[in-house]
Ligand binder design. Structure first.
Ligand SMILES: Nc1ncnc2c1ncn2[C@@H]1O[C@H](COP(=O)(O)OP(=O)(O)OP(=O)(O)O)[C@@H](O)[C@H]1O
Ligand SMILES: [Mg+2]
Length: 255
């Protein structure tokens, strides 16, 4: 089943066509990776999908709901949630406070008819479940800004999934991580896929090839090709784009 459908999306920054009539789809239950060289337009595309940037053309729908003209928070309500290339946690609040705020923000009408004390109890239980889910239960009372980088990214993911999205957008979740933290993030993403589709932007090709069911390659704002990891690795056009760049796809395709 198709979940997200982007059709002919366009974004201009002055003379630059950062998103050049991009069409692609993410299926339910799928991890879809978006790769491409620096400046290819990956973050711009995520910003168009999440509604952070208005598109100059094209349409977007999620699970049959037209998102094209919806504000970002309405898109979250429709089932779309995101993490940014830079984390958006509250660094001076504790892990628990961060999670409670996120759960509260998305609880909305579901607690409207229950008593205050029951509400608080349910919110706390939901926040604690989130902490468990991203393996941060042991850090509940720790000030978030003092967590190691990898743990801060996990918290960021927890804040995004508090909205119970159908589709989670992850913009470089492994950025700045060492091998141990990256491996933990890969494991976390593997667990999340049971409950949501994921659009993953990532330069770490080992992670991409481990996780992605399908990969779309973006170059100069255009989708060059989409396919399975094996298809993408064997694609001569993709190899040509990556050869001679700093990306490690070139190494991957020759090993
Ligand atoms: N707000 C903006 N104003 C003007 N130009 C922008 C803006 N945001 C992005 N761009 C330009 O649009 C192009 C695409 O940028 P984008 O950040 O989407 O690339 P990216 O694929 O995410 O790159 P990276 O891998 O480095 O994160 C780049 O040429 C960039 O300089
Ligand atoms: Mg980017």
């Amino acid at each position: 089943m198709t979940l997200l459908v982007a059709h002919q999306l366009v974004k201009r920054f002055g003379a630059l066509l950062a998103t050049d009539h991009v069409s692609f789809a993410v299926n339910a239950g799928e991890i879809h990776a978006l790769i491409g060289p620096n400046g290819a337009g990956k973050s711009t595309l995520v910003n168009l999908i999440s509604g952070l940037l208005p598109a100059d053309g094209g349409t977007l729908s999620l699970d049959g709901v037209d998102l094209t003209h919806l504000a970002p928070h309405r898109r979250v309500a429709a089932g779309l949630s995101r993490c940014f290339q830079v984390t958006s946690i509250f660094p001076r609040q504790t892990v628990g406070e961060n999670l409670l705020l996120a759960v509260q923000a998305h609880a909305g009408s579901s607690f409207r008819f229950v008593k205050r004390r029951e509400t608080d109890h349910a919110l706390l239980a939901a926040a604690q479940a989130l902490a468990q889910r991203v393996t941060l239960a042991g850090e509940w009372d720790r000030v978030a800004g003092t967590l190691p980088h990898g743990a801060q990214r996990k918290l960021d993911v927890a804040l995004a999934i508090a909205a119970r999205p159908k589709l989670l957008l992850l913009d470089e979740p492994m950025a700045g991580m060492g091998p141990v933290e990256s491996a933990e993030m890969v494991e976390l993403i593997q667990r999340l896929r049971q409950d949501m589709a994921i659009l993953l932007i990532e330069h770490d090709m080992d992670a991409v090839f481990q996780l992605a069911d399908r990969i779309s390659v973006l170059v100069y704002g255009k989708v060059l090709t989409s396919g399975s990891a094996a298809e993408i690795q064997a694609d001569a056009q993709v190899q040509a784009v990556y050869l001679g760049t700093e990306s490690d796809l070139a190494d991957e395709v020759h090993t």
